[in-house]
Design a protein around this ligand. Structure first.
Ligand SMILES: Nc1nc2c(c(=O)[nH]1)N[C@H]1C(S)=C(S)[C@@H](COP(=O)(O)O)O[C@H]1N2
Ligand SMILES: [Mo]
Length: 243
């Protein structure tokens, strides 16, 4: 039997093994000692989720009656209010960067792609969770449409209210990662990010950006905004929020 001490001594070894295995996929801000525990969590999740299992989906009867709407619930920007008044007919989603065909997608075009509907639990880092049905296009399908280039490693999202964040391809291409335009069988309400929000089901709520306004495919994050990979990093939120 392995002694307890030996077993404990093995933890850092296993950790560094995992880290070595994942080194190429670690985001740039995870290189420091300060972020060692984040990097370990990240590496362990990547190993455990390597076969891309789906998160749990529920029956519609489990949908939460009053799904909270928090933080930004109606962006004040003039442009957004104009688009909203026009039923988002003029709304376009630019997809740029390392793609063969940079594109501006209309809502109608997005809705013409094969869709996915899923009833999942949203988990906010502020301590609440709620279940809703989301309908949208898997992000991977959209990336396929615009011809993602082989050197692409991250997808960066910008929003109307100034939030921004990024995913690496592992989460970007997960079948439940959606550009969602429907909630509980209706159009996505303004309070929940109309016309299109991100659903990142394997991570905490703050990764599921509302009011998505631009998507940029890239091979590095250190030259995007402040170089931390996400708006939340400056406030102490981990880039990887896997659950
Ligand atoms: N653009 C944008 N996206 C956002 C936020 C926000 O304020 N602005 N809040 C985040 C947080 S912390 C959570 S929990 C969810 C809340 O989504 P909801 O308002 O639909 O419940 O959106 C996330 N995405
Ligand atoms: Mo949240």
């Amino acid at each position: 039997m392995i002694s307890r001490r030996k077993w404990i001594a093995g933890i850092p070894a296993a950790g560094s093994l995992l880290l070595t295995a994942c080194k190429d996929s670690l985001p740039p801000t995870y290189g420091s000692l300060f972020d060692a525990s984040n990097a370990l969590t990240f590496a362990a999740h990547r190993f455990l989720l390597r076969n891309q299992p789906l998160v749990r989906e529920f029956g519609r009867e489990r949908i939460t009656k009053n799904f909270p709407a928090i933080n930004e619930t109606n962006p004040k920007s003039d442009r957004y209010q104009q688009l909203l008044a026009g039923g988002f007919a003029e709304w376009r989603l630019p997809i740029e960067g390392l793609v063969a065909k940079p594109t501006e997608l209309s809502l109608a075009t997005l809705k013409s792609f094969p869709s996915r509907t899923q009833v999942t639990q949203h988990n906010c880092e502020q301590g609440w969770s709620a279940i809703a049905e989301w309908t949208g296009v898997p992000l991977g399908r959209v990336l396929q449409e615009v011809g993602m280039l082989p050197q692409a490693r991250y997808v960066v999202f910008h929003t109307v209210d100034g939030w921004w964040d990024s995913l690496d391809m592992f989460d970007a291409l997960h079948p439940q990662t959606l550009l969602a335009y429907g909630m509980n069988g209706r159009e996505l309400p303004v309070a929940h990010g109309a016309p299109v929000r991100l659903r990142v089901e394997r991570q905490l709520g703050y990764k599921s950006l509302k009011y998505v306004s631009r998507i940029d495919v890239t091979d590095r994050l250190d030259d995007v905004e402040d170089g931390t990979g996400a708006v939340g990093a400056a406030y102490g939120y981990s880039w990887y929020a896997g659950i």
